[in-house]
Structure formats: C-alpha cells, structure tokens
Design a protein around this ligand. Structure first.
Ligand code: AP5
Ligand code: ZN
Length: 217
C-alpha cells in the first residue's frame, strides 16, 4: 500500500505513521522530518528553509519534490510508502503521482485526519520529541516516562519544535486551509479519499486507520 496522510498541523499524522511502520512494515517519508534533518546538517538548502519553517510557511514546492524524488529513488518499501505531510499543494500532488507512475507504482489511499482547531492547539502546545529517535510525546496525553528515558531508544534528551508556538501555529493552520485542504477534493475526485475521525485517543485513531485501509485486525 502507498498512502498519503493528510491533516492539519498536530492532527497526529506522525504518531499514526509510526504505528503503521511498526505494525505493517511500511516506510514513513515525512517531508517535515527531512527538512528538519536538512536544516540541522547546515547545508545551503537547510539555511534557506529554516526561517520559512519557523515562521510556519510552506517551503517551496521544488525543494520538497526534489527531496521526495531523491528518497523514492533509493527504493526499499516492503509494505509500501507512507507520505506524511506531503503533498501539501496541488503541484506537489501532481508531482507525486508522476514520480510514482515512473516507478510503476500508484497511490492507494489518502487518509484525512479530522481534528478540531482547539484540539490542535492543545496537541501542539504539549508536544515534546526525543532528540535521538524522534519519538513523539505529549505533556498531558503521553508524558515522558518517570525515569526520563525514551521508550523507544532510551535517550534522555527531549526537544520542543521552534514552530510549535501560538503565532507560527496560526500561520501553519492558515497555510493548511488555503494550500493543502484543496487536496481533500483532489483525492475525493480520484476516489481514494479516506476520512478518519482524529479526535479520539491514539489507539482509537490507529484502529480507524487500519479499518479504513482494510488492514487485517
Ligand atoms: P511537519 O513536520 O509536516 O508539521 P505539521 O504538518 O505541522 O505536522 P506536525 O508534525 O506538527 O503534526 P502531526 O500531525 O505529525 O502530529 P503528531 O503525531 O506529532 O511540517 C513542518 C513544517 O515543514 C511546515 O510548516 C513547512 O514549513 C515544512 N514542510 C513540511 N512538509 C512540507 C511540504 N510537503 N511542502 C512545503 N513545506 C513543508 O502529534 C502532535 C501531538 O499530539 C503530539 O504531542 C502527540 O503525542 C499528540 N497526539 C497525537 N495523536 C493524538 C491523539 N489521538 N490524542 C491525543 N494526543 C495525540
Ligand atoms: Zn528516543
């Protein structure tokens, strides 16, 4: 299965992508993670994107399309690819379709996470990430274990994202509704849109995703 995870900032795309990787051996391609890796590597691209990301705007289509094409070229997805946070514009969606077609693949589903704006603010303001492995925690709903060690890698260093503040969130929400939400209609027309209620707990949402993708229980 090759699937796109669509949804506003902090809807739970990354959290559910990790579940699909663990449970079904899929490969997660997160353009957000790729861009954060690029900026911390201090490359020219990294310098260009850092400021744009921190303010909550979308990075130029060309940069993210190149990143995705480069990663797809490396192959290696036994259970299929999960596109997490990509595409975010109609141009990116067309580019993805073309890249997959060139490789003899296609998209099977676009899972759209539906979460209220108030819940997004709550999720974003509590998010903490393991610096070593990227495991995502939340101050209230998924706290860091009492011994201060990451459940996945045992790391002890945790970070908060520079764009997880009220002002950047407003810009990110605006970018989502203006530039990304049209993709809901795009995938609906292609017959592969799968809306999922993202308001429940992590386990409830994981069950809803598995059900809509018809993954075996
Ligand atoms: P990106 O990294 O993609 O950020 P985003 O879309 O804003 O999504 P997030 O990572 O914030 O949230 P998520 O949905 O993965 O939620 P999570 O699982 O972490 O992009 C960042 C920036 O990079 C963009 O603003 C842009 O500048 C640039 N960029 C990236 N891709 C681009 C592209 N294609 N084109 C152009 N620019 C691009 O969960 C959030 C929190 O909620 C966590 O604390 C988690 O523990 C908690 N949580 C999760 N699920 C639940 C649940 N069911 N119940 C309660 N809490 C939950
Ligand atoms: Zn970790």
């Amino acid at each position: 299965l090759n699937i796109v995870l669509l949804g506003p900032p902090a809807a739970g795309k990354g959290t559910q992508a990790r579940r699909l990787v663990e449970d079904w051996g899929m490969v997660q391609l997160s353009t957000g993670d790729m861009l954060r890796a690029a900026r911390s590597s201090g490359t020219e691209v990294g310098r260009r994107v850092a400021e744009v990301m921190d303010r909550g705007h979308l990075v130029t289509d060309g940069i993210v399309i190149d990143l995705i094409r480069e990663r797809l070229g490396q192959g290696g997805a036994r259970g299929g690819f999960i596109f997490d946070g990509f595409p975010r514009t109609l141009a990116q969606a067309d580019a993805l379709e073309e890249a997959l077609r060139e490789m003899g693949m296609r998209l099977d589903a676009a899972v759209e996470f539906r979460v209220d704006d108030e819940a997004l603010v709550e999720r974003i303001s509590g998010r903490v990430t393991c610096a070593a492995c990227g495991e995502v925690y939340h101050d209230r709903t998924r706290p860091i274990p009492a011994d201060g060690r990451c459940v996945r890698c045992g790391g002890t260093e945790f970070t908060r994202r520079a764009d997880d503040n009220a002002e950047s969130l407003r810009t990110r929400l605006f970018a989502y509704y203006k530039q990304t939400a049209p993709l809901i209609g795009y995938y609906h027309c292609k017959g592969i849109l799968r809306p999922v209620d993202g308001m429940g707990g992590v386990e409830d949402v994981a069950r809803a995703v598995a059900a809509t993708l018809r993954l075996p229980a």
